[in-house]
Design a protein. Sequence first.
Length: 226
Amino acid sequence: MASRNPLGNLFGRSPIGPIQEHMQVAHEAAEHLPELIQATADNNWDRAREIHKAINDAEREADKMKREVRRHLPKSLFLPVPRSDLLGLVTIQDQVANTAKDIASIMMGRDMRFPDKLFPAVIELAATCVACSGQALRAIQELDELLEVGFTGREVKRVETMLKELDKLERRTDKQQYNLRRKLFKLESELPPVDVMFYYRATALLGTLADCAENVGDRLQVLLAK
């Protein structure tokens, strides 16, 4: 649980804790994806439906928290960053949960099971995308500390190091996504064309998930620069 800032205690609940909690829930939606892919690969559709529900529940909770932050973020709170930047950060974080839900919906809507020859590359990509989301969460968990030091000093360098690692993870997903597409391209003639189309779509959305996580880091980087 995020700590509260002394300034926030003067004017009500600090907005930082709810923003951090929102990113935690968004990440929870994303981190179920490798389990979902594994369950479908195992033809364990009862388990897949449970995971799908967990992803949907997390996405709905993230939406609810986003609305709460928008409604209750104090307009008169003295912060070293604009209120609009914090609202923008929550919107970007929410895209992590939304994208996870989109991936799960495509998979369950079509009873999607990736071909055995693609499965290792798909699960590897999914794991790295979740790592991107987790790294973005770790950086956001430093937001209250950044606030306390006025976005200056060692804490800034510490978070910048985290964001560099996030960038490295996202670049890794780019390479994994490219390799996966090449594998799929070679298998196209053996697979139903409509299935191929949705395999490409799911693969692209996994890449989008990593991009969303990186966007969280990019917005935090903007806050560091102000």
